[in-house]
Design a protein around this ligand. Structure first.
Ligand SMILES: [Zn+2]
Length: 97
């Protein structure tokens, strides 16, 4: 485990610092695993999206924020596949690397 690990959204990789950055569960409580863009009222806002689509979307958003496409796509490809939402296929690997 790295010391630099902090709360990042387990769907899109966005760093979450404020309570308003977190998603919400059905009962209105805070869900610290996901950000409010991805997760609201106990459901993913983009339910059914594939990892590839999610990465493409992330890259577009990062580009809008001023990141170069190369950097943005490298970041997405390095980050997203490791996040909990996209690791369902490898159930055995729950521990952090
Ligand atoms: Zn998110």
């Amino acid at each position: 485990m790295k010391a630099s690990e902090k709360n990042i959204c387990q769907s899109c990789g966005m760093p979450m610092k404020n309570m308003t950055d977190f998603g919400t569960d059905r009962d209105g409580s805070i869900n610290t695993d996901y950000c409010h863009y991805c997760y609201e009222d106990g459901e993913f806002t983009d339910q059914g999206i594939s990892l590839e689509e999610k990465m493409a979307r992330n890259i577009r958003i990062a580009e809008k924020l001023g990141m170069s496409k190369t950097t943005a796509s490298k970041l997405a490809r390095n980050t997203l596949p490791k996040l909990r939402r996209w690791r369902k296929s490898s159930k055995a690997r729950q521990n952090m690397e």
